[in-house]
Design a protein around this ligand. Structure first.
Ligand SMILES: Cc1cc2nc3c(=O)[nH]c(=O)nc-3n(C[C@H](O)[C@H](O)[C@H](O)COP(=O)(O)OP(=O)(O)OC[C@H]3O[C@@H](n4cnc5c(N)ncnc54)[C@H](O)[C@@H]3O)c2cc1C
Length: 300
């Protein structure tokens, strides 16, 4: 049985891992990727120590930092279930591997919310995508649409105006709700057409996406686009654990020491009910979670 299993290697999980290595714990990190959502941002200007860094570059820095230490890293592996066992916890992965540890830190972050229109599954990754940083370059010179009206949607639009021919911003609300500086940039970009109070009804195409069907005040309109970026918010990756307290949004409830309702299980970052979702906050929470786990291990 290990001392600790960390689930996720975004800013929270990576920071917990760095602290765990420095405390000489025997631990495993199980994660689908390195960097998490931080790798999706085109332009990070609020992570202390870097005036400007792109998401993929920050993820690479995180990876290099982790490589300084020797520990068990299970990358490209998803955790499907965490269970309580005698003296600790068992973690089962989607490839059916089993790991046990005396403590667990859940740092599994968030994932994009799906739109829920009938053809979403059919065109997923055949024109419909959820990450402009990752998939934006596939649509160079094409007409695309971004669906949403908050910061994630604005970020996607600002990335796509550099790459695409034209960008429709399809927003169901009356106005945009993100950062005023970003709203201003989007409103003044000649490549952007903003469609407020516009509901996305469905996508259309054959093998690949050819467009999006919308409804504006009861009137239907087909907009031909080859790429769609769905940017309507995020949901917590907390399904793998069902024995800790969560709020109605599915976020794991923690106290100021990153402790969950179950002793020995700690959580950090966007998967928790901590109000602000930012890289530096997730990193700080990851450090707190590890220090609390270390204290627990020392006293139990
Ligand atoms: C487009 C975009 C731009 C952003 N820009 C900024 C910005 O400029 N500045 C800023 O401060 N914040 C920004 N954010 C927010 C910031 O990225 C997040 O707050 C931060 O990444 C949260 O870190 P985290 O470690 O809690 O979770 P995440 O970054 O979500 O990482 C979660 C990790 O868990 C892994 N994982 C998930 N489920 C499982 C599972 N079941 N099993 C194993 N592993 C799993 C994932 O692979 C990932 O490695 C942005 C977010 C987005 C979406």
């Amino acid at each position: 049985m290990k001392d600790l299993i960390i689930i996720g290697a975004g800013p929270a999980g990576i920071t917990a891992a760095v602290y765990a290595a420095r405390k000489k714990l025997d631990f495993t990190v199980i994660t689908r990727d390195i960097g998490g959502q931080a790798a999706w941002s085109s332009d990070i200007q609020n992570y202390t120590g870097y005036q400007y860094i792109s998401g993929p570059d920050l993820a690479q820095k995180f990876r290099e930092h982790l490589q300084q230490f020797s520990f068990d890293l299970q990358e490209q592996e998803g955790v499907s279930r965490v269970e309580q066992i005698e003296g600790g916890f068992q973690v089962i992965t989607s490839s059916k591997k089993e790991y046990t540890a005396r403590t667990v830190i859940i740092a599994s972050g968030k994932r994009p919310r799906l739109l829920g229109v009938p053809s979403e599954g059919k065109f997923m990754h055949k024109g419909v995508t959820y990450c402009a940083t990752c998939d934006g370059p596939l649509f160079a010179g094409k007409d695309v649409a971004v669906i949403g009206g908050g910061n994630s949607a604005l970020d996607a639009v600002l990335q796509m105006v550099r790459i695409a021919n034209k960008v429709y911003l399809i927003n169901i609300g009356q106005g945009l709700t993100g950062d005023p500086v970003m709203i201003e940039k989007v409103q003044h970009d000649p490549k952007v057409e903003i469609l407020n109070e516009t509901k996305t009804v469905d996508f259309f195409g054959d093998q690949f996406l050819k467009g999006v069907r919308v409804e504006v005040r009861g009137a239907g309109r087909d907009i031909p686009v080859e790429g769609i970026f769905v940017e309507i918010g995020l949901v917590p990756n907390s399904n793998c654990i069902d024995f800790v307290a969560k709020n109605p949004a599915g976020e794991i409830i923690i106290n100021g020491a990153a402790e969950t309702s179950v002793p020995g299980v700690f959580a950090a970052g966007d998967v928790t009910n901590v109000p602000e979702k930012q890289i530096i906050i997730a990193a700080g929470e990851g450090a707190k979670a590890l220090l609390s786990a270390f204290k627990y291990l020392s006293t139990h």
